[in-house]
Design a protein around this ligand. Structure first.
Ligand code: 6PG
Length: 418
C-alpha cells in the first residue's frame, strides 16, 4: 500500500508527530496494544516525550506491551543497548516490567538470544490472537537503507520462516553482533512508522522515494508506511509527487493489455499512447507505411503534454507506448520526476501471430519487422524491467507488480505536510 511522507521543519516537530502517531496507534488498538520500538539515535526524542505529558497520560501503561525490532549484543546498561536506552528514557519509569520485552544479551551468543526472543514473541502472539502481531512498528533507517539489523545483502533478509535471527557481524556501527526481527515479523503490523532526520539521510531517502530495493523498502504493513522526516533529510518535493510506469515494446507485445491491467491493479491512471496518434499517422500505418522520426515527433510531444496534464492533477500514470528508441523515451519520461520502464519483449514469431489475430487496429502485421529493426532495447542506465511476452497476462501483471512494489509503494507527500 502506498506510503505517505510528512516533512517537518525540525527534529522537535518530527518527534512530537511520532509520539502522537504511537499514542494514536495505542488508542486505536485492542486491549493489549503491542508496540515495536527501534534503536539508533533518531527515536530518543520520541522516547523522552512518551514518558512526559501530555503523551504519558494518554497511554494505558498496564495494557501496553513494548518490544524492540533489534538489539545490539551488549548488556542493557551499555549506552549502545537499544531497549536499554528506551528503558532509561521512559519505559522503566512508566511501563510494568512484565510488559517490557527485552532481547536477552546474557546468553552465549546472538543465535541463542534470537531463539529465546522468538519464543517470547510467538507466545505473546498466541496469547493475543490478532491479525497482526504489532499495532505499530517504529523503524529508523540507516544510510545504507538498513532497518533494524537487516543490512543490504545480508542472509538475514531471506530468513522468512524465522521470526527473529542473530546477526554475527553488523555492516555499520556499532560493530557488535545483533539480534533482529525478520522482515516477516516487522511486516506483521497494522501501522509502520519510519523516522529519519538530518542531511546524512537525504541520499538514502531519495533512493527509497525512487523505489530502490532496500531492506527499508521491503518492510510492508497492512496500512502502508508513514515516513516522518525533517526538511534536511526529505527528498525533493517533486520526488514525492506523481509517478510514471512506461510499458513499452513493439506492436503486438501486449502493452495495452498489460499496461491497462497493471494500472487497474495498482489504482493508477492509464494512458494508451496509440490513442494520441494523429489521423495522418494512423492512415500511414494502415497503408503499411512506416512512420518516420518526423511523423512521431508531434505524437511524442502530445504524449508529453497529456502526461504533464495528468501530473498537474496529481495522478500516478501507467502509459502503454512503443517508445522504441531511447530518444523517444527521453521525450516522455522527463514529464515525471519518478519513472520506471517495463519492456515487453520476446519471440518475434509469437508477436507476429498475435498481430495477425488482432482485428481492427491500425497497425498492420507487415510493419512488425520494421519496428523490431528500429527497436533500441533500454540500456542499463534505464533500469528497465524486462518481461517476456509469452504467458498469461495476469501472470505478467503479478510479476511486474511484485518487482516494482517498492516503486509502487514508495509513496507520496501527504498534502499540507511540507
Ligand atoms: C540499530 C537500529 C538501526 C537504526 C538505524 C538508524 O540498532 O542501529 O535499530 O536500524 O534504526 O541505523 O539509526 P539512527 O537513528 O541512529 O540514524
Amino acid at each position: 500500500m502506498d506510503a505517505r511522507w510528512r516533512i517537518f521543519p525540525d527534529a522537535t516537530a518530527l518527534a512530537e508527530a511520532a509520539a502522537e502517531a504511537i499514542v494514536a496507534a495505542i488508542e486505536a488498538s485492542g486491549d493489549a496494544p503491542a508496540i515495536c520500538l527501534t534503536g539508533g539515535s533518531t527515536p530518543r526524542c520520541v522516547y523522552d516525550l512518551l514518558g512526559r505529558e501530555p503523551w504519558a497520560a494518554r497511554i494505558p501503561w498496564p495494557r501496553v506491551h513494548w518490544f524492540v525490532g533489534d538489539e545490539r549484543f551488549v548488556p542493557p546498561s551499555d549506552e549502545r543497548s537499544n531497549l536499554g536506552e528506551a528503558r532509561r528514557l521512559f519505559l522503566d519509569r512508566c511501563a510494568p516490567k512484565e510488559n517490557i520485552h527485552a532481547m536477552r544479551t546474557d546468553v552465549p551468543d546472538v543465535h541463542a538470544a534470537a531463539r529465546l526472543y522468538e519464543v517470547e514473541v510467538r507466545n505473546f502472539s498466541a496469547a493475543r490472537p490478532a491479525e497482526m502481531l504489532f499495532d505499530l512498528v517504529l523503524l529508523g533507517v540507516g544510510p545504507d537503507g538498513h532497518v533494524a539489523s537487516l543490512f543490504p545483502g545480508s542472509a538475514a533478509l531471506s530468513k522468512q520462516s524465522r521470526w527473529v535471527v542473530g546477526v554475527d557481524e553488523a555492516a555499520l556501527a556499532p560493530f557488535v553482533p545483533r539480534v533482529t526481527l525478520t522482515l516477516t515479523t516487522l511486516s506483521s503490523c497494522r501501522r509502520l512508522l519510519f523516522m529519519a532526520e538530518g542531511a546524512a539521510k537525504a541520499p538514502v531517502l531519495s533512493r527509497i522515494a525512487q523505489g530502490d530495493d532496500l531492506p527499508a523498502t521491503r518492510v510492508t504493513s497492512r496500512n502502508g508506511a508513514v515516513w516522518l522526516v525533517d526538511k534536511d533529510a526529505a527528498p525533493p518535493v517533486d520526488a514525492l509527487g506523481s509517478r510514471l510506469i512506461l510499458v513499452m515494446g513493439v506492436s503486438g507485445s501486449g502493452k495495452t493489455t498489460i499496461g491497462g491491467a497493471l494500472a487497474a491493479r495498482i489504482g493508477w491512471s492509464f494512458l494508451d499512447a496509440d490513442d494520441l496518434h494523429s489521423d495522418a499517422n494512423k492512415a500511414k500505418l494502415r497503408a503499411s507505411v512506416s512512420l518516420t522520426d518526423g511523423d512521431r515527433a508531434p505524437w511524442l510531444l502530445s504524449i508529453r503534454e497529456e502526461l504533464a496534464r495528468r501530473r498537474s492533477q496529481g495522478a500516478d500514470v501507467v502509459i502503454a507506448c512503443s517508445a522504441l528508441k531511447r530518444r523517444y523515451r527521453d521525450v516522455i519520461l522527463p514529464a515525471f520526476a519518478r519513472s520506471r520502464i517495463v519492456h515487453l519483449r520476446g519471440d518475434a514469431a509469437l508477436i507476429a501471430s498475435r498481430l495477425k489475430k488482432r482485428l481492427g487496429h491500425f497497425m498492420p502485421p507487415a510493419l512488425l519487422g520494421d519496428q523490431l529493426n528500429i527497436l533500441e532495447d533500454p540500456t542499463e542506465d534505464e533500469h528497465a524491467l524486462v518481461v517476456d511476452v509469452d504467458g498469461a497476462a495476469s501472470t505478467k501483471v503479478d510479476f511486474i507488480a511484485a518487482r516494482l512494489r517498492p516503486f509502487i509503494d514508495a509513496g507520496r507527500l501527504e498534502s499540507g505536510s511540507s
